[in-house]
Design a protein around this ligand. Structure first.
Ligand SMILES: NC(=O)c1ccc[n+]([C@@H]2O[C@H](COP(=O)([O-])OP(=O)(O)OC[C@H]3O[C@@H](n4cnc5c(N)ncnc54)[C@H](OP(=O)(O)O)[C@@H]3O)[C@@H](O)[C@H]2O)c1
Length: 248
């Protein structure tokens, strides 16, 4: 039985990761600001351990305790889409959470590496690849970087994996999953690519359920994990398949 820790479990995608994981019989630890934002089926599930706290307020020791014994850590954190969420503190929510969760894993010295899966965005380029965009898209992304703090936060969170964790860390292996515009649809067929295959404004949307489905597959399927660890897969719904929901 796998044990996973989910940050951002009350979010629209995080909650789906929790539901998919419980359906797989995983033990799931969640850190949430308010338990009231989770449905009773999750709150009362025997495999759930819930910590009610703001993640960045936890001490290093509390964070290490939460990560102890976990096979995977998933972060689906995202800034609340209102003025305070976008321009207020913590501006570096995703980055700080990624750094502290990595540190927590490392401090436990697990016998085998823990899988850290970060939900990121297709707007963040993979620094290990030369992902070219049209000049207009480059201008838009530069503006976002300087004007919209959550975009820069997503970039620096992914950068932490590349610059500080790397590919030879004994304790942490990572994958940064990059969805396109998120929509709420059931699980359908989806495409995973190494880099964006479309422009910034003409991509296929990505169902949050597909993101959650892929994240849980990365946890359960060792060969899929070996294929995508240390990479930043782009996930998009398959064209024309939006209404074709699959069995989970
Ligand atoms: N919107 C898009 O089209 C799009 C596209 C690609 C990628 N993304 C990225 O996908 C990620 C998740 O998207 P989503 O729609 O699933 O997110 P969401 O529903 O907005 O969930 C965000 C989660 O982060 C938590 N959170 C927010 N501020 C926090 C804070 N200060 N401290 C602790 N927790 C905090 C929220 O907790 P509470 O419930 O307590 O507020 C919630 O659990 C984001 O990083 C976003 O950038 C979005």
């Amino acid at each position: 039985m796998k044990t996973i820790l989910v940050a951002g479990a009350t979010g629209q995608t995080g909650r789906l990761v929790v539901e998919h994981s419980l359906a797989k019989d995983y033990k799931v630890r969640v850190i949430v600001r308010s338990r009231n934002r989770l449905p009773s089926e999750i709150l009362e599930h025997p495999n759930i351990t819930l910590i009610e706290a703001s993640l960045l307020d936890l001490s290093d020791e509390q964070m290490a305790d939460l990560a102890k014994g976990c096979d995977a850590v998933v972060s689906c954190l995202g800034h609340v889409i209102n003025f305070n969420g976008i321009f207020g503190e913590p501006k570096q929510l995703c980055t700080e959470a990624t750094k502290r969760l990595c540190k927590a894993i490392e401090s436990n010295c697990p016998l085998s590496p823990v899988r850290f899966i970060l939900m990121n965005t297709v707007g963040v380029p993979n620094p290990n690849l030369s992902e070219q965009r049209e000049w207009f898209e480059r201008v838009v992304l530069s503006l976002l970087r300087w004007l919209i703090p959550p975009h820069k936060d997503n970039e620096t969170a992914a950068q932490h994996f590349h610059s500080n964790i790397g590919q030879k860390n004994k304790y942490v292996e990572w994958c940064s999953v990059r969805p396109d515009s998120l929509i709420n649809e059931g699980v359908s067929t989806y495409e995973i690519t190494e880099s964006p295959s479309t422009g910034l404004f003409n991509g296929q949307p990505t169902a949050r359920s597909n993101v959650a489905h892929f994240i849980v597959r990365l946890i359960e399927d060792d060969s899929l994990w070996t294929s995508w660890r240390f990479r930043m897969p782009v996930i998009m719904n398959s064209q024309g398949d939006l209404n074709e929901e699959l069995d989970q």
